[in-house]
Design a protein around this ligand. Structure first.
Ligand code: MGD
Ligand code: MGD
Ligand code: SF4
Ligand code: MO
Length: 709
């Protein structure tokens, strides 16, 4: 608590959303009602500001559309007709349906579906794992985001936080590679601007001239899915012009000779052909990057959403090792600095409950699982959704909707709002928002732990996710101790408070100031010390990785899969799966590459139903280059259909050269029921995986765009 009087109190909060910034907040409460949320002014990284989305968080908390009571479906699936019921009735119905399904089909016929709608260590990604593992349900593999970049990063550097974002202002050459920071990582921006004031150059590598690219000193509009070739081409120049840091390479890296041979396969002329970037630009970029130290690369998440995305990130990862950028404060690379948080896997996942051989189904393929395309035995007969919205966020939307419409599927959705997914539920359960519950936050964008203290009592009959699973466990008769832990007790269990990185913090400090920084080294690899098997930066990776490898943090403790396809231990370039090179017939029918943009005013699909946010974001559009629009007779503002064999969505066209010819961009997050002709971008994306980490290859999708006649 920051301050308290009879009339007014101010408490520490933390933004719960799936965003690298994890802002520390202050919540002001008057007479039991929250009246203000603002950024915590003392937080060294988030520095007292919230983004535009969350500065209106109270619109979310007090929205008239909040779900505040348990409900049972009374109309057709998807009709959105429900009646209010009591918590007892809801829990009884869930428990009896689950028991019946287990009896008839076995426990694997039940599948949870969850993601990072909430990012907290208590209420977030892992909150249901103990319950579902104990139940023996199908394990839902959750690799929507950064599981591929993480694999590639770990193959090169091991689990290091890398360049601390707090130090970005010391950089002299900053590359934002596939990262639209001004929308998706806004609190990094002031650090970048400080660096620029001190003379740093900002380069943005992105097929689209995003709002971030527009602010950059140099925008490089690479073809989607060709970043690997670009990075290999840069290394070709750096090595052949002898711009490497030979001392660093010799002392602190392994596999240089092998890498040198590999990059010889990528001369700039050939890389120019692949990437669409002129030879002179490739050469200039390589030279400037190598010479201007400290240089730093921030990679975004979209890079991994390609068939060859993992190897793309691997190639980019090799650059800082080659030029010795790690020697300097503010030099190196920022992926997701979450690795040092001492999260206790045995507590958050409770893998001890998993029976060996339990079935694992990846959520990115939920549509295929629900419609029988995956030929699951037993079939999925119950789906329990929390912290996610698969109808808008997962691929092959038509299949997900068809699956959810199945009369024989029992669906439970725990939510704050009646999303497109909740519309298909049999039972809807009300969830609290962040200011109504306790939580402790890690971050995938900085190195601070943040405390979130409940500011107000839960509205209506909403409960935190932790309480939901305590109640469900009791109804199912699970009397294991872990289901009896209070939120306060859980907060003390989820982290290893005795880990060296925690030596400067305890719960009292968090209660006093709302946040605390992990004790991490700000120049961690000036002398190597990489947490890899060799202790060095591994150009030639020694990590045992194949196409089925999923890093432990993305596995709920289940056994490893049988070996998949081997992964080249050296970085390499593979063309997109859906491209002229790989599938000319498909590319002939569907010549345009479809990219998704994370929406500026929403976080994935969160906020996309709130009037203020919707108004600021504007209606959904597909951005098409004037050349491509002309060929198709498309004029700005006309409604077009974006389609392929998987499905279609309709949106007005925005004709603009901010996107390359051959690339169209549509934003993610809009709700299906609020969209034109009732479909969104994920109607056209494929439920396929990238080369590493079972990541969603959502950027590897070809489409055609045509006027709606
Ligand atoms: N406002 C807002 N912020 C968010 C989110 C949100 O929905 N809204 N979502 C959060 C989440 S879950 C995530 S994962 C992060 C994502 O953060 P980012 O990775 O920054 O976001 P994206 O928009 O997915 O992709 C970034 C850029 O990559 C480009 N891109 C796409 N394909 C390629 C490619 O093949 N090569 C290159 N070089 N660039 C490519 C896109 O054009 C886009 O501009 O943002 C988080 N922050
Ligand atoms: N086409 C395309 N698809 C993508 C991506 C892309 O770039 N392009 N990006 C992918 C990525 S990177 C990500 S991270 C995923 C995100 O996928 P999701 O995590 O499914 O996305 P959200 O829209 O944030 O859905 C979270 C839901 O959780 C609910 N929620 C929030 N807090 C709570 C809570 O405390 N309790 C409960 N029970 N519910 C809560 C919210 O109301 C919201 O409906 O989407 C993936 N899908
Ligand atoms: S969404 Fe991101 S930038 Fe916005 S308040 Fe939350 S953590 Fe901060
Ligand atoms: Mo994400």
């Amino acid at each position: 608590m920051v301050s308290s009087t009879n009339e007014k109190s101010v408490v520490y909060g933390a933004c719960p959303h799936d965003c690298p910034d994890t802002c520390s907040m202050l919540v002001t409460v008057e007479k039991g009602r929250a009246v203000k949320v603002e950024g915590h002014p003392d937080h060294p990284y988030t520095r007292g500001t919230l983004c535009g989305k969350v500065s209106d968080y109270l619109d979310r908390v007090y929205s008239p559309d909040r779900i505040l009571y348990p409900m049972r479906r009374v109309g057709q699936k998807g009709s959105g007709q429900f009646e209010q019921i009591s918590w007892d009735a809801a829990l009884d119905e869930i428990a009896s349906r689950f028991k019946q399904i287990i009896n008839d089909y076995g426990s694997e016929a039940i599948m949870p579906s969850s993601y990072l709608g909430h990012e907290g260590l208590l209420n977030g990604l892992t909150v249901g794992d103990a319950f579902f593992n104990r139940l023996g349900s199908t394990i839902a593999e959750r690799t929507f985001c950064i599981s591929c970049t993480s694999t590639a990063y770990l193959m090169t550097y091991g689990p290091t936080h890398g360049t601390d974002p707090d130090t970005f202002s010391h950089s002299q050459y900053i590359i934002l590679w596939g990262c639209n920071a001004l929308s998706t990582n806004v609190h990094l921006w002031p650090f970048i601007q400080e660096a620029r004031k001190n003379g740093a150059k900002l380069v943005v590598i992105d097929p689209v001239r995003t709002r971030t690219a527009q602010q950059a000193d140099w925008h490089i509009p690479v073809r989607p899915g060709t970043d690997s070739a670009l990075a290999l081409g840069m290394m070709n120049v750096i090595i052949n012009e002898n711009l490497i840091d030979a001392d660093y390479v010799e002392k602190y890296t392994v596999g240089y000779e092998e890498l040198k041979q590999r990059v010889n396969e990528y001369p700039p002329e050939q890389v120019a052909e692949i990437t669409g970037i002129p030879v002179e630009d490739i050469v200039t970029l390589a030279r400037e990057y190598a010479i201007t130290q400290p240089s730093v690369i921030r990679i975004g998440v979209a890079l991994e959403k390609q068939a060859g995305g993992g190897q793309g990130v691997r190639a980019i990862c090799c650059l800082p090792g080659l030029v010795g950028a790690w020697r300097h404060l503010g030099g190196g690379m920022l992926q997701a600095p979450m690795w040092p948080f001492p999260i206790r896997g045995e507590v958050v996942h409770r893998p001890n409950f998993i029976k060996p051989g339990t079935r694992v189904v990846n959520q990115w393929q939920l549509g295929r699982a629900l419609t029988g395309e995956l030929a699951l035995d037993p079939p999925i007969k119950a789906l329990f959704v929390y912290n996610c919205n698969p109808v808008t966020q997962s691929a092959e939307q038509d299949k997900i909707v068809a699956g959810l419409a199945r009369e024989d599927l029992f669906t439970v959705v725990s939510e704050q709002f009646m999303t497109d997914t909740a519309d298909y539920a049999d039972i809807v359960l009300p969830s609290t928002t962040q200011i109504e519950n306790l939580d402790l936050m890690f971050s995938w964008g900085h190195t601070y732990v943040t405390l979130n203290v409940p500011a107000i009592a839960p509205l209506g009959e909403a409960i935190p996710n932790t309480e939901l699973f305590r109640r469900l466990a009791a109804r199912m008769g699970f009397d294991d101790e872990c289901f009896k832990l209070s939120d306060e007790e859980l907060a003390m269990e989820v982290l290893d408070w005795s880990a060296p990185v925690m030596q400067n913090m305890d719960m009292d400090l968090l209660k006093q100031q709302g946040y605390a920084k992990l004790d991490v080294n700000l120049v961690p690899h000036a002398e190597g010390n990489f947490p890899t098997p060799s202790g060095k930066c591994e150009f030639l990776s020694s990590m045992k990785v194949d196409s089925n490898y999923v890093v432990p943090v993305f596995r709920q403790g289940y056994e490893e899969y049988p070996p998949g396809e081997p992964i080249d231990p050296l970085p390499t370039y593979t063309p997109q799966r859906e491209s002229v090179q790989s599938n000319p017939e498909l590319a002939n029918r569907y010549p345009l590459s479809l990219l998704s943009a994370k929406p500026h005013q929403f976080i994935n699909s969160c906020f996309a139903n709130l009037p203020k946010h919707l108004k600021l974001q504007g209606e959904p559009k597909v951005i098409i280059n004037p050349e491509d629009a002309l060929k198709r007779g498309i004029v700005e503002g006309q409604i077009v259909k974006v389609f392929n064999d998987r499905g279609a969505f309709q949106v007005p066209a925005k004709v603009s050269d901010i996107t390359r010819p051959g690339v169209v961009v549509a934003p993610l997050g809009y709700w299906r029921k609020l969209s034109h002709a009732g479909n969104t971008i994920n109607a056209a994306t494929a439920a396929t995986f990238a080369d590493m980490g079972h990541a969603a290859a959502v950027g590897d999708s070809l489409v055609e765009v045509a006027l709606v006649s």
